[in-house]
Design a protein around this ligand. Structure first.
Ligand SMILES: Nc1ncnc2c1ncn2[C@@H]1O[C@H](COP(=O)(O)OP(=O)(O)OP(=O)(O)O)[C@@H](O)[C@H]1O
Length: 234
């Protein structure tokens, strides 16, 4: 479970995350939505100990990320799929990650198959498309078999078949009891993927509700999103 309490991050005059509180529960996909610059990536970075909050706190299974023992076995993250050394082979990338985190390397082959990269595991990442890098990033996130997943725009660069595949995989990971937090700008995709939605704008929480509550009959998620955002701008 992820718990965010009064989380705040200021960059100079910009309040990127403003007193944000929410919970990401196990067994469901929580969509993290907001316009450009709303503070989604900053929130995820704070959650993953990649940045320090100005105030407040974020925990994974009750513990701040930086204090987790063997963090990759508790939370898997995909923030920037392109941040992999291009000269490295995909399988070696996972091998290195496993080794440096004390994780068994026996899962690597199966994970490459799971994300559809079984046939190119020995290929250099520099030659991969963005969609292939996203798939590799997901394999890396799953390496430690974590209970919590934090994924920033994981469908970015995937083709329609890939987006559908990702949806199925995230659903099965949530059905196994994992807490899945996933940001996206693709409203139609979120509408069929997420169980619960957290909407932020200008760093502040604007909605935190099951998707069935936010999207009323006859309405699209895009309509509901625009409604929440325009109400919060008033
Ligand atoms: N390192 C930084 N230094 C200064 N300002 C920053 C930094 N990181 C983020 N910001 C600012 O914080 C705000 C929130 O940015 P963030 O990237 O978290 O938004 P986002 O919701 O992920 O946006 P997008 O949907 O466009 O990816 C923006 O105004 C951004 O310019």
């Amino acid at each position: 479970m992820i718990e965010v309490n009064g989380l705040t991050r200021r960059f100079g005059r910009t309040l990127a995350v403003d007193d944000l509180s929410f919970t990401v529960s196990p067994g469901r996909i929580t969509g993290f939505l907001g316009p450009n610059g709303a503070g989604k990536t900053t929130t995820m970075r704070l959650l993953l100990g990649l940045d320090r909050p100005t105030a407040g706190r974020a925990t994974v299974n009750g513990v701040p990320y930086r204090e987790l023992r063997r963090p990759l076995t508790q939370v898997g993250a995909l923030l920037d799929a392109t941040a992999v050394q291009g000269g490295r082979r995909a399988d070696r990338h996972l091998w290195w990650l496993a080794r440096s985190n004390g994780i068994s390397r026996t899962r690597i082959g199966g994970l490459l198959e799971l994300v559809g990269l079984g046939h190119v595991g020995g290929g250099r990442v520099g030659g991969f498309s963005l969609g292939m890098k996203q798939r590799l990033g997901l394999a890396a996130a799953l390496l430690g078999d974590p209970e919590v997943l934090v994924l920033d725009e994981p469908t970015n660069g995937l083709d329609p078949e890939g987006i559908r595949w990702m949806r199925g995989l995230l659903k099965s990971l949530a059905a196994e009891g994992r807490a899945v937090l996933v940001s996206s700008h693709l409203m139609s995709e979120m509408a069929v993927t997420a169980d619960h939605l957290i909407v932020v704008a200008q760093g502040r929480l604007r909605a935190d509700a099951p998707i069935s509550e936010l999207v009323r009959p006859g309405m699209s998620l895009e309509d509901a999103f625009m409604d929440v955002i325009s109400r919060s701008a008033r």
